[in-house]
Ligand binder design. Structure first.
Ligand code: SF4
Length: 313
């Protein structure tokens, strides 16, 4: 069994020739160089807040304790969080280890149900390093790893025993689409391998007596207009190559954000018929567990990270 300290040390060492994600930029982030994600030695934090719009098992009654990092290893042209993932990253403060640990405790003090790292892949070394003093000082929240799925298996192995709940995306079923829309070569096999490793570590979703997630994997699949998400193939592969009992959150909240308005297929919201087709694909794949979204979800998910709280206007 790995110790938290060992994982933090190994992950931090990889910043010296960064290969924390599949891009493997090789830059020395410890010396302040930046690769495709745009973040150097220190993580930048865009928001740390209680979030009530996640899946019910994560939001519960008191909210998920979401810590939104700035920067990202993908470049989705329809990114709903583009302000913080691809915008002016210098606008968001750098957090050292102590500041991150303080942020974890501030979330715990708000009474949230978990510590949910949003877009953790490119700053996983810094996030885990801060967990070392935080756990020693009594941080009790389960950790949620909410990534875009473009994760490396060898990095994920260092998170065994560190992460309680994995919340990855499975965005595409076609690599050319993934490269064109998100700048993610080899996305499909990469994400499925990552999800298999996550599932090996924590298995199916386990809920406590209050219906809150305590352990397990939840896969998010955002249904895109024009079936750019390859929903039928993505869900079939997930059931066949990982497990038919894995929990899936089938998301209807797409709206044309960021640069999507200029794209011939992405310039409009999802239709109800498209989402119905995705629900059929879920059933046809033999998947058993998950959540559907109201087709009007795109009208309520409009984060603004320049406001005090990104989900409260
Ligand atoms: S985490 Fe950032 S610097 Fe490291 S390999 Fe990925 S994109 Fe490159």
């Amino acid at each position: 069994m790995l110790t938290l300290e060992y994982s933090a040390m190994e992950l931090t060492a990889r910043l010296g020739a960064c290969d924390l994600c599949p891009h493997a930029c090789g830059v020395n982030r410890l010396m302040g160089q930046v690769g495709r994600c745009g973040i150097g030695a220190r993580a930048r934090v865009a928001s740390a807040c209680d979030h009530h719009g996640e899946e019910p098992a994560l939001s519960g009654t008191r909210g998920a304790g979401t810590l939104f990092t700035a920067g990202c290893n993908l470049r989705c042209l329809y990114c709903q969080n583009a302000q913080i993932s691809q915008g002016d990253l210098a606008a968001y403060p750098e957090y050292d280890t102590d500041a991150l640990a303080d942020a974890y405790f501030a979330l715990q003090a708000r009474g949230v149900h978990n510590l949910a790292w949003v877009s953790p892949t490119h700053v996983i070394a810094q996030l885990v390093a801060a967990l070392v003093p935080a756990r020693a000082d009594g941080l009790a929240l389960p950790v949620v790893y909410n990534s875009n799925g473009y994760d490396r298996v060898d990095v994920l192995r260092l998170l065994e025993g560190v992460v309680d709940i994995y919340l990855p995306d499975l965005k595409y079923a076609d690599d050319a689409t993934a490269e064109a829309l998100s700048g993610a070569p080899g996305y499909t096999d990469t994400a499925l391998a990552a999800i298999r490793e996550m599932y090996r570590q924590v298995g199916d979703l386990e809920l406590d007596g209050d219906g809150l997630a305590r352990r397990g994997v939840i896969v998010r699949h955002l249904v895109l207009p024009g079936d750019l998400s390859g929903t039928r193939t993505a869900l079939r592969r997930l059931a066949e190559e990982v497990s038919p009992t894995i929990t899936v959150s089938l998301m209807a909240q797409y709206y044309p954000a960021h640069r999507a308005a200029a794209h011939p297929l992405l310039a409009r919201p999802l239709t109800a018929a498209e989402y119905d087709t995705a629900l059929d694909a879920f059933a046809d794949a033999g998947l058993e567990n998950g959540w559907a979204q109201e087709p009007k979800a795109s009208e309520t998910y409009r984060p603004d990270f320049e406001a005090g709280h990104p989900f409260e206007g």
